[in-house]
Design a binder for this molecule. Structure first.
Ligand code: MOS
Length: 768
């Protein structure tokens, strides 16, 4: 067992090459050819021996109520229909949400359990037919009568102030926040610091409901033979999916096999199983034939998770010199009934800047809405969107450049819990970003120009985590190595970086390493999520390779070929192209394994959080700088350029890491200017359930993103020195754009997204 508890490296810059040769190199994705040639099978594309039946979800048209009658007779008579599953004929499932101690991914995700409707879009029937068209056709002929109930679907009507909402009798304090954070945290006395502050910002920001809507929709193909359940499902984490399915379906987890070798994006929405998985499994358990349920794009908006809206009340108090003395962050979000998830929107307010009095509190209001769950950088994505915009307001109130304001308020330890940082490079990112962008030389548009110019910047802060992980490596007689772990590659580059890590550790070429992922029969890993996958599973792979090397040395010591060699020489043996080099001699891996009477040599490795994770505050750091233009007449916003500097320890692959960061920055742009799920509160229904009406940026909306890494290994994070990077890019990127919009227009829009109507309205009001 390897635990990261390494000697202090603080202040030392460890070069990438010192970690291992080949680590960091921006090589092409090893799975790239398979993907572009269509050889990489996604969840819905697997063959389970037999052409699967197709399931089509019949969705509830109200957010709550009881089914009083369901008439499937017409649907059942339709051509090709094999069965219509409803609450009346599905196999018994564990009560939704039980057992509570299994956590939100492992607990029962039962559907169609009893007559109750939990949200608009909730499955009331699954039509199973020979073809998708037949299932879809018949689904329109299922007649459902529902005695609907009046329920809450949204937090806070626009006419209700934050203070009024804070007094709402049904407001709840979540037991804990995502990532295990306390709902309420404080240091010093916020109230007294706030009352004495010389400069103050007291603002309420709002972010809308949002959805990640990964390119590959949630999809499952399942097969049950009366004993064993085999499932291909689009997932970020395998082990908890096995647990979740076993619990839901009351099966022995040893009889549930889950596979997810290729995944077309997850962004938190595939951390757990969703309705496609449960419905496909229920159907195959009834019909004993493979069944496929692919969520349509419209399904994805209701049968998979979304991010809840947030109201964030931010109070920033400064002394006469512009030093932050009070930081207050109170957040109210919706929470899905019976599903324990709450975002830590205030995490960045706790971790970014020092102040004598800090207070951060989180409350949720239960709603009858589809599952609210992780969406890319839960907490920090929308937390930094509001908080880093409020920081810009604070700098302006004090008359200080927003870059200097941030640099003047850098913490030397975690501002709330007082722990030392494992490594802290926010100031470094801010300074380097400013330099590369030319922040000091920014200049406004000439008077009378058609376009207004604006500049904005923001910090990026994202908590760093390590999750227990295991992996195995196997060396065969040809000298090739196979890595196996149930880790997933959700488009992030896991296949590639794990091959790089194994190759570097064993002194092999990347081509000599085959990485196999995403099967529940492989050792249990972190899976992909929370930016922890690369560091956690990568460290397990490294440990497995180190153990393999030990095994190899052990066998070398026993091998007759090495009898004449010194122990020291054997200890420094190297693998190379199917051969083993010892001293000046070389012999084949085959001959060694033959003399040991082995076909292959196998080793396991593990990692789990150690003392350094208890004793140090850990974050990844970054900074964004943005230049925009705004049309003087239409308020149309064009983002002209973005510079992002990132400090996230060791970078495993500069190309895939940059892709992660750039994707995050695009998403930040999208949160600032585009994305909003429109809710019809009468029906609890999202009105823009497709990618035509749910607006996201296209290539033309996104400038080149200038992305730089400050590579400083942090060995308190893990033995490879890496920190989370996947979710860092989105953090602060939207705020940098919002701040640029204010810089250009003089309008501070605190209700995201910043659409041009909101700017025009203010301009018109000002013009009288
Ligand atoms: Mo992430 S949003 O924890 O996959």
């Amino acid at each position: 067992m390897t635990t990261p508890n390494h000697p202090t490296m603080s202040g030392t810059t460890v070069q990438q090459e010192d970690i291992a040769p080949g680590i960091g190199q921006g090589i092409d994705r090893v799975d790239g050819p398979a993907k572009v040639q269509g050889r990489a099978s996604y969840a819905a594309e697997h063959s389970l021996g037999q052409r699967p039946l197709e399931g089509w979800i019949v969705e509830a048209s109200v957010p709550a109520g009881l089914i009083t009658n369901i008439d499937c007779s017409e649907a059942e008579r339709c051509e090709g229909v094999v069965r219509v599953l409803t609450h009346e004929n599905v196999p018994e499932q564990m009560l939704y949400g039980d057992p509570a101690d299994a956590g939100r991914f492992g607990q029962s995700h039962a559907v169609m359990q009893g007559r109750g409707i939990r949200y608009h879009g909730y499955p009331v029937a699954l039509v199973v037919a020979e073809t998708l068209e037949q299932a879809r056709h018949a689904a329109k002929r299922v007649r459902v009568e529902i005695d609907s109930a009046e329920v809450r679907v949204a937090v806070g009507a626009s006419d209700r102030s934050f203070e009024e909402l804070w007094q709402h009798p049904e407001l709840q304090t979540p037991e804990s926040l995502d990532g295990g954070l306390e709902p309420d945290a404080a240091s010093g006395d916020f109230e007294s610091q706030w009352s004495e502050a010389v400069h103050k910002v007291d603002v309420c920001y709002q972010t809308p409901n949002q959805v990640s809507a990964a390119m590959e929709p949630h999809a499952t193909i399942a097969s049950y033979d009366g004993d064993k359940l085999t499932v291909y499902c689009s997932l970020q984490v395998i082990a908890s999916a096995v647990e979740g399915l076993a619990n839901t379906l009351k099966l022995d987890p040893a009889k549930v096999e889950v596979n997810s070798p290729f995944v077309g994006g997850g962004f938190g929405s595939k951390l757990g199983i969703h309705n496609d998985a449960v419905l496909a499994c229920l159907a195959t358990m009834v019909l004993k034939r493979p069944v496929r349920v692919v969520q349509t794009r419209r399904n994805v908006f209701s049968n998979a998770p979304h991010r809840g809206s947030s109201m964030q009340h931010i109070r920033l108090g400064m002394d006469a010199s512009g030093k932050l003395v009070a930081i207050g962050h109170d957040s109210i979000m919706p929470a899905a009934h019976g599903y324990p998830f709450a975002e830590a929107t205030g995490a960045c307010a706790r971790a970014s800047y020092s102040a004598a009095g800090i207070r951060s509190r989180h409350r949720v209001l239960p709603v009858n809405m589809p599952v609210l769950d992780s969406t890319r950088a839960p907490g920090d994505a929308i937390g930094t969107l509001a908080f880093e915009a409020a920081i810009d307001e604070a700098a302006r109130v004090c008359g200080i450049d927003p870059l200097d304001f941030r640099l003047n308020n850098m913490p030397d330890k975690h501002p709330v819990n007082g722990q030392p940082f494992s490594s802290h490079d926010l100031a470094g990112c801010l300074r380097e970003g400013a330099e590369r962008f030319g922040w000091a030389r920014r200049s406004k548009a000439e008077a009378g120009a058609r376009k207004l110019k604006g500049f904005g910047m923001a910090s990026a802060v994202r908590v760093n985590m390590l999750v227990k992980s295991a992996a195995e490596v196997e060396l065969d007689r040809t000298g090739a190595v196979v890595v196996r772990t149930d880790m997933t590659d959700i488009g992030t580059g896991s296949y590639t970086i794990l091959a790089q890590i194994a190759a570097a550790e064993l002194g092999l070429r990347v081509d000599d390493v085959t990485v196999k992922l995403g099967r529940s029969t492989f050792p249990t890993s972190s899976g992909s999520g929370g930016s922890f996958g690369a560091g956690s599973t990568g460290s397990a792979v490294q440990a497995a390779c180190q153990n393999l090397r030990r095994e190899l040395i052990k066998h070398l010591n026993e091998a007759p070929q090495c009898a004449h060699l010194s122990k020291n020489a054997i200890d420094s043996a190297q693998l190379s192209g199917g051969r083993i080099l010892v001293d000046n001699e070389s012999f084949s891996v085959q001959s060694l394994l033959e003399s040991a009477d082995l076909d292959t040599l196998c080793a396991q490795g593990q990692i789990e959080p150690g003392e350094d994770h208890d004793n140090y505050a850990q974050s990844s750091w970054g900074a964004h700088f943005v230049e925009i233009s705004v049309d003087r007449d239409t308020a149309e916003i064009t983002v002209d350029r973005i510079t992002t500097v990132v400090s996230a320890g060791t970078i495993f692959n500069q190309k895939t890491a940059a892709s992660q960061v750039k994707g995050g920055v695009v998403w930040g742009l999208s949160y600032a200017l585009r994305e909003e799920l429109m809710l019809d509160e009468r029906y609890g229904a999202f009105m823009n359930r497709d990618l035509a009406e749910y607006h996201i940026p296209v290539n033309r909306d996104v400038p080149d993103i200038d992305c730089h890494f400050r590579i400083q290994a942090d060995f308190r994070s893990n033995p490879l020195g890496s920190k989370g990077i996947g979710e860092l890019g989105i953090c602060g990127a939207g705020a940098a754009i919002a701040n640029a919009v204010f810089d250009a227009t003089g309008v501070r829009v605190r209700h995201f997204p910043i659409t041009l109507d909101k700017i025009l309205e203010k301009w018109e009001a000002e013009a009288g």
